[in-house]
Design a protein around this ligand. Structure first.
Ligand code: GDP
Ligand code: MG
Length: 178
């Protein structure tokens, strides 16, 4: 079974959001290109990348938008939310402040999407840095259960759960929309 890049049954736009430095761009790179960059510089501008996956006998093309350096500019980031069906909210398990901001990212997301039902995955990234952990798995899980989000801890560095996190969001959208 082969298919070309432009052959797909469904196109889903999703966004990756969260504080600066949590690993959003590297998660996206890992999922789309299976690459990691130790010294990735914050890129400024609108960026997205595509990857197609198979769900049942369908090809689902994910168009994943990365907030890339615009985290602080509220007015600019609004455009990212247009037409999205899913979102991945990322925090860094070694930086408490990034977890404490998850609520405000979620609020933004829900406000700009008029509280429509979108598939949201909360991701605690940098799970490879277990010895520096300051946010427990339990805290992440409890928050996501309270807010009705999916939850996973990932590492863009060692690839742990990265495919799984994105695939779960896409599969959820697929089941909600077909
Ligand atoms: P962004 O600002 O959220 O897009 O974060 P980046 O993807 O640019 O990553 C910020 C920094 O964290 C970079 O130095 C990355 O190499 C590093 N980083 C990203 N993901 C991981 C991870 O899973 N584990 C570790 N150890 N470092 C990571
Ligand atoms: Mg980035």
């Amino acid at each position: 079974f082969t298919y070309t890049e432009d052959d797909y049954d469904y196109l889903y736009k999703i966004v990756v959001i969260g504080e600066s430095g949590v690993g959003k761009s590297n998660l996206l790179m890992r999922f789309v290109k299976n690459q990691f960059n130790l010294e990735s510089l914050p890129t400024v501008g609108v960026e997205f990348a595509n990857r197609s996956i198979r769900i049942d006998d369908k090809i689902v093309k994910a168009q994943i938008w990365d907030i890339s350096g615009m985290e602080k500019f509220r007015a600019i980031r609004d455009g990212y939310y247009k037409g999205i069906l899913g979102a991945v909210i990322v925090y860094d398990i070694t930086r408490k402040a990034t977890f404490e901001k998850v609520g405000s990212w979620l609020k933004d997301l829900r406000d700009y999407n008029n509280h429509q039902d979108i598939a949201v995955m909360l991701v605690g990234n940098k799970a490879d840095l277990g010895n520096l952990r300051v946010v427990s798995t339990h805290e992440g899980k409890a928050f996501s259960e309270r807010e009705g989000l999916f939850f996973m801890e990932t590492s863009a560095l060692d690839a742990q759960n990265v495919n799984k996190a994105f695939t779960e969001v896409l599969t959820c959208i697929y089941h909600d929309t077909t």
